[in-house]
Design a protein around this ligand. Structure first.
Ligand code: HEC
Length: 406
């Protein structure tokens, strides 16, 4: 008999967790034959399974919702055999090493399925619950409302997009790039997060409008256009110069930023020492003086900053070449939002993770060290063999940095 009747109410769930009466699990269930599609459902076992599912699985899986961290489990008892599902729940670690389907899922979802160390009777109860959900009874209660993707342009001319559902993550790209740099990371992130991304002014689909504006003000505009409430805590992720913008935002809007993830950082006011940046920018300077946009594009894509390996090369080339407009614009455009952010690191309240590749420029690696040392609560995540565009070449490492604090 159940000690707890399953209720969809959150209050009941919290109360249940607080006093934790558990459910009656009969050890004999471990020996019951596994259910096949069409078998009658044992509701007592399935109810216990539903309770176990909420406690152990619902953080990553729902039934009838594909925007979570793990696969949508609707129909799983039809696409996989019961012994396979039992093995995946009981021992995901060895499945991920030895089973080709599990490996394919891992490649797609990028996070390993958690091992909840459940015994045979509990695994059996979970199977009964999944079985019942696929038979059309009881799954719907776990299905939250899905949120559609939305996108738009702010009144100030900035192109933005919002996708996924969950705690808020905001992505800020770097110079000569646009939000396509997140195209690999975003789908994985949107399974468990609300993701807001945008194109910086003079980049991507955003306008070149000048006049008085600042990076921080632009990000304010994007957040309000994307429907972010002013008290919604933000995990702010910046790549390269976007990391500098994230830092400036955290200094001026400190109450809004809950966490900072600074990837391959570049911060206004940081001066590389001689030899810390390879002597490759001369070609860009010459091309800029010549003013020929094809030559500027050629010189830009040749920079080691944009090195990503052959497979991703065409995408990155195209992205850099379509983001050269800023060179045609008066360099006095932006109002520096926060003078000398590096001197104010001690004021940054939000905890930070600084992600840097071992093959990035020495200057970037030194800046990463200075950020970790100077920010009150920061740690480094070093990507072995990583270069500058980590969201493209090492998106799993960036994903881990963003999700990893839980
Ligand atoms: C930390 C998140 C997480 C938790 C918690 C979790 N899973 Fe998973 N699960 C995943 C991910 C991610 C995958 C895809 C394989 C991978 O990436 O390791 C997966 C795969 C699966 C699959 C295979 C799905 C398919 O389409 O073939 C099943 C079944 C499953 N999980 C059931 C469960 C059950 C039942 C629980 C609770 C006991 C659970 N999972 C807990 C993340 C999680």
């Amino acid at each position: 008999m159940l000690l707890l009747r399953l209720s969809t109410g959150l209050a009941a769930l919290l109360a249940a967790a607080a006093c934790d009466p558990g459910v009656d699990i009969d050890p004999a269930w471990a020996d019951a034959p596994l259910p096949s599609p069409g078998d009658p459902v044992d509701d007592e076992v399935a109810d216990a399974g539903a309770w176990l599912f909420r406690r152990n699985c619902a953080a990553c899986h729902h039934i009838g919702d594909s925007s979570m961290l793990g696969p949508d489990l609707a129909g799983v008892t039809r696409r996989r055999s019961a012994p396979w599902i039992a093995a995946m729940i009981r021992n995901p670690d060895s499945m991920l090493v030895a089973d080709s389907i599990a490996q394919r899922l891992l490649a797609e979802y990028q996070v390993p399925m958690a091992n909840r160390r459940l015994d045979g009777a509990r695994v059996r109860a979970l199977l009964e619950f999944l079985h019942r959900a696929d038979a059309g009874e009881g799954g719907g209660a776990l299905q939250p409302a899905a949120t559609a993707d939305t996108s738009g342009v702010t009144p100030s001319g900035l192109a933005w997009r919002r996708s996924g559902r969950g705690p808020l993550v905001v992505l800020v790209h770097g110079t000569n790039l646009d939000r396509a740099v997140w195209s690999r990371l975003r789908p994985a992130l949107a399974r468990s997060r609300t993701v807001v991304e945008y194109d910086l002014r003079t980049h991507g689909g955003s306008s070149d409008t000048l006049g008085p504006w600042s990076e921080v003000g632009d990000l304010d505009d994007v957040l309000s256009a994307a429907g972010v409430a002013s008290d919604d805590p933000i995990t702010l992720v910046g790549l390269s110069a976007g990391a500098g913008i994230a830092l400036e935002f955290a200094l001026t809007r400190s109450s809004r930023v809950e966490r900072l993830v600074l990837v391959s950082p570049s911060v206004r006011g940081f001066a590389p020492r001689p030899g810390e940046v390879p002597d490759v920018f001369g070609g860009v300077r010459d091309a800029l003086e010549g003013g020929d946009s094809t030559a500027i594009g050629d010189a830009m894509v040749a920079l080691p900053t944009f090195e990503v390996g052959d497979a991703d090369r065409p995408d990155v080339d195209a992205m850099v070449r379509r983001n050269l407009r800023l060179f045609a614009i008066d360099p006095t455009w932006a109002i520096p939002a926060v003078p000398a952010p590096l001197e104010r690191l001690g004021e940054v309240a939000a905890p930070a993770i600084v992600v840097v590749g071992t093959l990035d420029f020495p200057a970037t690696r030194r800046l990463a060290d200075e950020l970790v040392a100077g920010l009150p609560s920061a740690r480094a995540q070093v990507v072995d063999g990583g270069r500058h565009l980590l969201p493209i070449t090492d998106h799993a490492a960036v994903l881990e940095a963003i999700l990893g604090s839980e």
